[in-house]
Structure formats: C-alpha cells, structure tokens
Design a protein around this ligand. Structure first.
Ligand code: NAD
Length: 496
C-alpha cells in the first residue's frame, strides 16, 4: 500500500485564518481548537477554531445590532445587490483554491470537484442569482373589499437575524444556498458551518470579509453542534434558523425554535428511491444511481439514490451493472485524478455505516458485492467498499434509515403501483428518481411520488429552481424565489 499525505497539498493552498469572524473582525476564542483529521489519511491538517460562549454571544449581538440599527436591511436594492455580486466574483476568482480546500476538508476527489454542484462555481452563481432577486422583492396592492376600506398593500421585510447551520458534505454549496438569499432579503447572519469542513468554510468567510459588508451583517462561528450550535439556536435574539443536516438534529432544533415560535427551515436527510422501469435506458439509470452512491462522496449525499426499485424483467441486468460499477470505484489520495470515491468523513461514521451493513445481513439481506472496508491506497483512510444488498424487504432498517454511505439495496417490483407504494413507504421525502422512456408513465409515477425533488431520466440541482423535501426530509425550500421567501415576512398595511 502506498502511503499518502495531504501535507504537500496543504502547503500549496491559501489557508484561511484559524479564527472566528465576528462584527467585521477576526477574533480568537478561549475554547481549545479542534484538530481537523483528514478522512483519507488520518492526519491532522488544521487546528480549527472553536467558539466559546462569549464568541457565540458576541456574534449574535453583532448580528442583532446590525439588523436593528445598521444600514443593511434598509440599503437601497442596487447597493445590496452589488455586495452579492462582489461576493460571487471573489468566490469565482478563488475557485481553484476553494476546490483544493474542499478536498483537504472532506476528501472530495478532485475528479469530482468539477461537478457543478460540488465546486465553487455553483455557490458563485447562487450569489449572482440572488443579487438579481434583491430588486424583485415586491408586494401587492388590493382592491377595496368594501366601500369604506382604506388603501391596502403588502410589503416583504427581512425576517431579522438568521442563524445558518450547515453540514460538511457540500459545505460551499449548502452554505451559499442559505447565505445568498438571507443577505439578499436584508437579513443579518450568524453562520455555523460544520466543524468537519473548517478550511473551506473559513476561506469563504475570508472572501466575504473582503467584500466589506457593514460590520455585523455576516458573522461566522465554528465548533461542535453542542454546545456552539445549541447555543445559537436557543438564543431568542435569533429570529430564524435555517438548518441543513440530519433528521434527528433537525427535529431537536425544531423543538427548541418552535417553543419560541421562531422561524425555521430544515433541509434534512432522505432515503431516495430510484424506480427503474423495463423501457428505461438501463446504463444511464444505473450510471446515475450508482454514481450517486459509489463515486464522488461515496453516498454521503442527502439525495443518494439508496433504494433501487427495479422491474423484475430487468432485475438481473441492473444488478450485474450495479456490481460492475461497485467494482470500478477507486480509492486513495483525493488529489490523484484517477481516484473516484471518497472515504467516510470520520472513523466513527465509517463504523456506523459498517454496522448498518452487518445489521442488514442479520435481518436477512444478502451481500451481492462489498460489505466491508475497501482495499485502498491509504490504510489509515475511512474507506468503505461499495455495497449492494439484495433480498431486502422495504420494511428492513437498511431500506428505511439513511445510511449516508456507499450502500444500496435492490428491491424488485412487477406493477407500477407496487413501485410507487414501495417508493413512498418511508418517512423521508427528499427526492425520487424515475427511469422510463414512456412519457405517460413518467408523469403518472412522478405525480404519485411524495418527494420534493423528482428526477426523470436525470438528476440535478440548480440555483434558480426550488429544492427541498416533503415529510420528514424538511420544511421549506431553497433556491429560486422559494429560497428568498424563507427569509422574508409579509406585512399588510391598511392606510387611510
Ligand atoms: P449533522 O446533523 O450531524 O450536522 C449538521 C450541522 O448541525 C453541523 O454544523 C453540526 O455541527 C450542527 N449541529 C449538530 N448538532 C447540533 C445541535 N444539537 N444544535 C445545533 N446544531 C447542531 O449532519 P452532518 O453529518 O454534518 O450531515 C449529514 C446529514 O445532512 C445527512 O443526514 C444528510 O442527508 C443531511 N443533508 C441534507 C441536505 C439537504 O439539502 N436536504 C444536504 C446535505 C446534507
């Protein structure tokens, strides 16, 4: 096995300050920094700052003052839009460096960073597209309901101080999906990205600092979910919490924020089904589904197509193609262009994924391929072999729980309605994919699926189109007009 190291790559990158960004300044915290352990090598690559209680308080105070007394919510649209465009330009100019930091954070293979939604281009586009929304936050006027009614109109105002909490897997994209609309709406922000993606998060904060927003409009904390995230969401000075992460944490945050009738949006996990019909382009269907689960982030994506529902007529062909894909994944140094798959983000998460597989086998599932740690270039990395499970009943834990790793279960069906029933038989409703060339079937099946995002012979996420989940996959939508509406309150004025 070849030993690999991130240290030579680290020396080539422009590293951000290991400090917190509060009220327009970089500040230290008294809390012990957290060594960031690289998931492919086990090396400590960065000492990430860790917010103490005073830093959390200072960040919320700064955002509160900037909202209540500062210019930001009252800034003319043209000026606010210009700040967002500047941020977009700064991100684009630093794209190569940001992409490098992404691989240093979470081992995203460099071969995958070029995917639009993973690298720096997508977040830059989000700032541009929301710059365009600033001057489109318009209200309505209303005709008289009765003769004596005064002039009636609505305005949409920023919701206030927004706490933005994001996970580690696509740290630039998920952060921009929240920050760009929040700033466009006129909110002030305290961001708490994942402690597992500190480099790219702090570098984006550094770029935003260069855009010279009024102090306190944007603040960034880092540190663990508990106590940093909990302190942030529990603070009544925070008007809105926008969270992307796991269902359990989202539910706990919703309880805290709900108790004070705070505003909240949630982008949570999923158990996305891929419905493969016999008339589909099977190579494309398996390519998208297995690409999601086995390549790139190795299934550590919220919309991983982890339940393959396949028509019995094409079951054998689909299964053997999936097994071929699994065998083709390559592991090792994320900067090696021939490496196609990432390790699990932490050793603890790798153990969790492996225990899901063990439990599935204990429940009666059979391994078609994989099932353990991957043979790879780095003995120290958290690599899990792409795993395909068959003989799975949809009620088993492996078909119901989000695994967040390279684990697929394949379940056969005969009738369209059976496929729809299986697809909807989950508490999640983030995404669903339908593979068929029959337009009537595509419309009927996708119409019957209870999921917020449907791919028909395709799978994507775009800055201008709403994205989000039904059922326990979330609350609210990001991107496009729906995204900015999450940061606005409607005010109705009756004026005589
Ligand atoms: P996570 O829930 O463990 O953490 C997400 C963020 O919440 C991190 O910043 C973490 O520090 C913070 N956090 C943890 N506990 C907290 C608490 N009690 N209070 C406040 N903040 C807290 O998730 P993760 O492991 O980073 O990411 C994986 C999860 O995110 C998966 O479930 C995945 O499906 C989901 N996800 C969803 C989407 C989406 O758009 N729907 C996108 C990406 C990831």
């Amino acid at each position: 096995m070849t030993a690999i190291s991130m240290l030579p790559h680290l020396s080539k990158a422009t590293l951000p300050p290991a400090r917190l960004y509060i009220a327009g300044s970089w500040l230290d915290s008294s809390a012990e920094p957290i060594p960031h352990i690289h998931p492919a090598t086990g090396e400590s690559v960065f000492d990430a700052p860790n917010a103490d209680a005073a830093a959390v308080d200072a960040a919320i105070s700064a955002a509160r003052v900037a909202f209540d007394e500062g210019p930001w919510p009252r800034l003319p649209g043209r000026d606010r839009a210009q700040y967002l465009r500047t941020i977009a330009d700064l991100i684009r100019a630093d794209a190569a460096n940001l992409n490098m930091l992404l691989s240093l954070d979470n081992a995203t293979p460099s071969s995958f960073v070029g995917f639009y939604q993973m690298g720096a281009e997508y977040p830059a586009d989000l700032f541009d597209t929301y710059a365009g929304w600033v001057d489109k936050i318009t209200g309505n006027t209303y005709p008289q309901w009765e003769a004596s009614q005064p002039f009636t109109f609505t305005t949409h105002e920023p919701v206030g101080v927004a706490a933005i909490i994001t996970p580690w897997n696509a740290p630039m994209s998920l952060f921009a999906q929240k920050l760009a609309p929040a700033l466009a709406a006129g909110c002030t922000v305290v961001a708490k990205p994942s402690e597992l993606s500190p480099l790219v998060s702090l570098r984006i904060a550094e770029l935003i600092a260069q855009a010279d927003l009024p102090p306190g409009v944007f603040n960034m904390l880092l540190g663990p979910g508990d106590p940093v995230g909990t302190a942030l969401v529990g603070d009544p000075r925070v008007d809105k919490v926008s969270f992307t992460g796991s269902r359990g944490i989202g539910s706990a945050i919703a309880a805290t924020v709900g108790a004070r009738i705070g505003r909240i949006s949630l982008e949570l996990g999923g158990k996305t089904p891929a419905l493969i019909f016999p008339d589909a382009d099977l190579g494309m269907a398996v390519g998208i589904a297995a690409g999601n689960a086995f390549l790139g982030l190795s299934g550590q994506v919220c919309v991983c197509q982890s339940r393959i529902l396949v028509h019995r007529d094409v079951y054998d062909e689909v299964l053997s193609t999936l097994i071929g894909f699994a065998a083709a994944a390559t592991f090792g140094d994320p900067f090696d262009p021939s490496v196609s798959a990432a390790p699990m983000i932490t050793t603890q998460h790798m153990r969790r994924v492996l225990s899901h597989i063990e439990r599935a086998v204990g429940d009666g599932a059979k391994l078609a391929v994989g099932g353990g740690r991957a043979e790879n270039a780095a003995a120290t990395g958290n690599f899990v072999a792409p795993t395909v499970l068959v003989n799975v009943d949809n009620s088993m834990a492996v078909a119901q729980e989000e695994i967040f790793g390279p684990v697929l279960c394949v379940i056969p069906f005969t009738e369209d309605d059976e496929a729809i029933r299986l697809a909807n038989d989950t508490r999640y409703g983030l995404g669903a994919a339908v593979y068929t060339h029959d337009v009537s079937r595509a419309l009927r099946v996708s119409g019957a699926l209870r999921a917020g995002t449907i791919g028909v012979n395709s799978w994507t996420l775009q800055p201008h189109a709403p994205f989000g989940g039904m059922k326990q996959s979330g609350l609210g939508r990001e991107n496009g007009q729906a995204g900015i509406e999450g940061y606005l309150e409607t005010k109705t004025t009756f004026m005589r």
